[in-house]
Design a protein around this ligand. Sequence first.
Ligand SMILES: Cc1cc2nc3c(=O)[nH]c(=O)nc-3n(C[C@H](O)[C@H](O)[C@H](O)COP(=O)(O)OP(=O)(O)OC[C@H]3O[C@@H](n4cnc5c(N)ncnc54)[C@H](O)[C@@H]3O)c2cc1C
Length: 536
Amino acid sequence: MSSPAVQAKNEPASVNGSSQNVSGIRVSGGPGGAPTLHRRIIVIGAGFGGLGMAIRLLQKGERDFLVLEKASDVGGTWRDNTYPGCQCDVASNMYSYSFAPNPNWSRSFAMQGEIWQYLRDCADRFGVRELIRFDTELLSARWNEETQRWHIETNKGPMTADVIVSGHGGLSAPSVPELPGLERFEGTVFHSAAWNHEHDLSGERVAVVGTGASSIQIVPNIQPRVRELHLFQRTPPWVVPRLDYVRSEAKKAVFRSLPFLQKLDRMQIYLARELIVLAMRGNTKVRGLIQRVAEKHLERQVPEPVLRKKLTPTYEIGCKRILISNDYYPALTQPNVKVVTQGIARVTERGVVTTDGLEHELDTIVLATGFKVTNHPIASALIGRDGRSLAEHWATGAVAYLGTTVTEFPNLFLLTGPYTGIGHNSIVYMLEAQFEYVLGALAALKEQNAAAVNVRPEAMRAFEDEMQRELQGTAWNSGCASWYLDANGRNTSVWPTFTWRFRNRTKTFDSAAHAFEPRRAVAGRTAGAKTASLVA
Ligand SMILES: Cc1cc2nc3c(=O)[nH]c(=O)nc-3n(C[C@H](O)[C@H](O)[C@H](O)COP(=O)(O)OP(=O)(O)OC[C@H]3O[C@@H](n4cnc5c(N)ncnc54)[C@H](O)[C@@H]3O)c2cc1C
């Protein structure tokens, strides 16, 4: 291996394939004598998922782990999405770790910068920063049957791990649509998740492609300064009002001195949001009520009938994520905004030509086109014991037991895996449930003195069948095109019921659904085990 191994602080060099332990850093010999770093656990990503996992590991006394983060800071979603108006859609008191409440949120729905700062503070406060290797991207990880370890390649060199916890992020890989001719466009193009802050949109003719959660935050924030805004809409979203307010100093002080009141507030947000599940699962009264709120909101904010018709969804509410905004519709009524409902036929040097042959001349195209959800690149990077990647296993539909473990991928735990997506409540709630599940699995591995744990195929299939059954007749599966669906049109993204049911199911690690594999006495393993005993 020519590239240097991932370097830990004060990392010692191993000598010609032997293993050493200096300053608690364990190194075992790699091929050709190059040092290969080994950790019991490697966590991928330092967003809400990976960071929270790292904090919980430390809290449980586990220090034999590293977090690999391809970017230069923690934060994930909240580091990358810096577009104007970026804000969470679940109130911050709920959209934060339960073990790290923040009484000082400046408003009910914090803006991107404040959430990012919260995550950076958590990294420092819980002492995990030193366990994160920044600018280190996991390129591939292959389960090795002989060493019973993951053999990992990163841009900084190879390493091995007993266990991988992947907090890669369901919405971390921007999806760029294949618009014919896009490369020919002579203006500026960027994705909402990689906002070009060097580029000033003032006075420009700007296209925003897409009408999802990011777009509806971007549009009202850029509309006042651009000359023309062309919003390319395939399907209009259902939009309800955002109950947003600036939090008073008095309320912050109350939360600081009486933390149980903040807990109560969190609980109330949680319960109110779980009511939405009733609507999604077919309660026509609740669904009708939410739809009426959305219709009234549109009626009130868009008096002009032609525009209102364009903005009225024709699919069942909840089929796509219900969005919240107070300023999206008013922005669309402004004279410099055009809502374009014709499809994009091609991009030219000067702009966009729609299917009706009209050319829209533009200076900048903003792609608010979402993320690779069901085809995240991490799935191609993880190679199971049968030599096939997760992407290959998932070609006919992604599945993981409780969204976390996958047959043929021993000691791999996915955070926000298939069937854990939710649009109505905080993803952090789901993540925290998964942290406990992973901790349970790690404890079970130790208790059983096993080298590996893998979900039984019948348990995974039964879980998949259960999820598909639960999805039948729900709003999520009511027939619209949404990012919940994979290339085969199958919904493999959504947790189809109340989130507390997920938490109940993941409270204890389900050993019966998994097979434990004993350690093998092989040369590589023995060396590792010897070193492990030095570390212990
Ligand atoms: C604009 C926006 C607003 C949102 N608002 C809400 C909301 O209000 N409520 C809600 O519940 N959810 C919201 N979400 C969803 C949000 O993504 C999750 O809530 C949460 O932030 C996910 O955390 P994560 O750690 O799983 O993923 P991410 O935050 O995406 O973090 C993943 C990390 O993994 C790193 N990574 C990925 N691949 C590799 C690799 N191969 N090697 C090394 N590092 C890697 C990435 O660089 C990133 O830092 C929003 C998403 C977006 C995009």
